[in-house]
Design a protein around this ligand. Structure first.
Ligand code: AMP
Ligand code: ZN
Length: 476
């Protein structure tokens, strides 16, 4: 098997990839909270995860991919503070939380299609898995890792000796309570909620948690709703078993969400490590290094890019030019350069003439090109390098068009840029008229007239070809 290396956040190192079971790689990626459209920052993370899947496929692995849809329990801070995100969306749009969830989940799937992202095999919704979550909380309770306070059930992080290992939160920081402690019910600053009921603080003052929450379920601890993190650990274990190969998300998930998922999963089963490779995508930022966030007003959606005339894959190309572990700055000059780059590349692919090949196309014929491409993608998904290799290939005069085309198609199984997609172009009415006249002349075998019309079309800047359906043209 090929020499794939991936950067593991847990060890802070690139490591050779060794699957739990080579017959099927188990992959879990944290999905969207569906209270608003995904912004292009979120989409950068999903593009990175898609590239990972495609690179695994290149290396001959079958992948079982689970991605959750969060439709309950995610408060505006990733810890347990603030308003419920779904409720916020419902208030904004004067709809029920269920309607909001349905609408934005659908919009997200549409964005995935537009960006040519491979679909996860299982997309469990949090609200369909309350029972699995309750079962995992019960197990944590049995293992002595929980306590009840002010009506909520909390995870007691002091009971897990390696709590915080993913984020490398050291004990000192844990004790000092580096984060502002707002929830007076917590015994330790990093403790987090597993199950909310309409809670009260220990001093009997009312907490806002649970206030106005439409989504509530009965549980052994009272009617309420789950904390955010429990959905991922319980659904991942339901669909992928007690251990998995790779777990992904954006870097913001390292200190809270993934740290807490990990505590729950290993706290419930005692089977370690729950995840063999943790992989995290860096942020898309704006000019002043500001992270694009859904709670801000200045976020851009894919639709907004399309409204400005970009092809969604222009944005994919934009992301491919930067390594997933590097911060990527978004600006319009960069988007325009990406659009030009993709157009030029597609145009060159379009012009490759595979008809006059002397031998059958051999995608792996140009060994050194393909090897360099493979070395790049297997070096922790170095897509900028792989893209540069794609350009080297297309511009290499020593490789036949047929071989180029076959190799590009193979590369595109990873790049996902639909490089052999025919460019859409407008043919002016005046040229359409000449095409009709020329087709008629050819039908009447009036070759002189046909040649005259061909020259006229060519002079107007088009290449003319005689296809089965008559005259075909494309811009020069
Ligand atoms: P959310 O819908 O907020 O749960 O986020 C979905 C995914 O997008 C998560 O994996 C986040 O870590 C990731 N994410 C959030 N903001 C950004 C950003 N500005 N750039 C890249 N990824 C992000
Ligand atoms: Zn998650």
């Amino acid at each position: 098997m090929a020499n794939l290396h991936l950067y593991n956040t847990m060890t802070r190192q690139k490591m050779p990839f060794k699957p739990l079971n080579p017959a099927e790689i188990k992959l879990y990626t944290c999905g969207p909270t569906v209270y608003n459209f995904a912004h292009i920052g979120n989409l950068r993370t999903y593009i990175f995860e898609d590239l990972l899947r495609r690179v695994l496929r290149w290396n001959g692995y079958q992948v079982k991919h689970v991605m959750n849809i969060t439709d309950v329990g995610h408060l505006t801070s990733d810890a347990d503070e603030g308003e419920d995100k779904m409720l916020k969306g419902a208030k904004r749009e004067k709809k029920t939380v269920w309607e909001i969830a349905e609408y934005y989940a659908q919009a997200f799937l549409e964005d995935m299609d537009r960006l040519n992202l491979l679909k996860p095999h299982i997309k469990p919704k949090a609200t369909d898995h309350i029972e699995a979550m309750i079962n995992q909380i019960k197990q944590l309770e049995k293992n002595g890792l929980t306590y009840e306070s002010g009506g909520n059930i909390y995870f007691d992080t002091s009971k897990l000796s390696d709590y915080g290992k993913l984020a490398q939160l050291d004990k000192q920081e844990l004790q000092a309570g580096a984060r502002v402690e707002v929830d007076k019910n917590k015994k330790n600053p990093h403790d987090f909620v597993l199950w909310f009921t309409k809670s009260k603080f220990l001093d009997n003052s009312e907490s806002l948690k649970g206030e106005g929450q439409e989504m509530q379920w009965d549980s052994p601890w009272g009617r309420g709703y789950p904390g955010w993190h429990i959905e991922c650990s319980s659904m991942a274990q339901k669909y992928l078993g007690q251990q998995m190969d790779i777990h992904c998300g954006g870097i913001d998930h390292i200190p809270v969400h993934h740290t807490n998922e990990l505590a729950q999963a290993e706290g419930a089963t005692f089977k370690k490590p729950w995840v063999q490779y943790w992989m995290h995508g860096n942020f898309l930022v704006l000019k002043d290094k500001e992270k694009m966030a859904k709670s801000d007003t200045n976020f851009l959606t894919l639709q907004a890019l399309m409204d400005k005339g970009y092809d969604p894959l222009d944005y994919r190309y934009f992301c491919l030019q930067s390594h997933y572990r590097k911060e990527l700055r978004f600006d319009w000059e960069g988007m325009n350069a990406a659009r030009t780059g993709l157009r030029r590349l597609r145009n060159k692919v379009c012009k490759l003439n595979s008809d006059n090949a002397t031998t059958a196309p051999q995608p792996l014929h140009n060994r050194s090109t393909t090897e360099r491409f493979e070395t790049a993608i297997n070096d922790d998904l170095n897509l900028p390098e792989a893209l540069a290799e794609t350009w080297n290939l297309i511009d290499n005069p020593e490789i036949s068009d047929a071989d180029k085309l076959a190799t590009i198609k193979k590369f595109d199984t990873v790049l996902g840029l639909q490089l052999d997609k025919k460019l859409k172009f407008q043919i002016p009415d005046s040229i359409q008229k000449l095409i009709i006249e020329r087709n008629k002349a050819r039908k009447d075998k009036d070759w002189e007239q046909s040649d005259k019309l061909r020259d006229e079309i060519q002079d107007a800047g088009f290449i003319v070809k005689d296809g089965d359906g008559g005259t075909e043209v494309q811009p020069k």
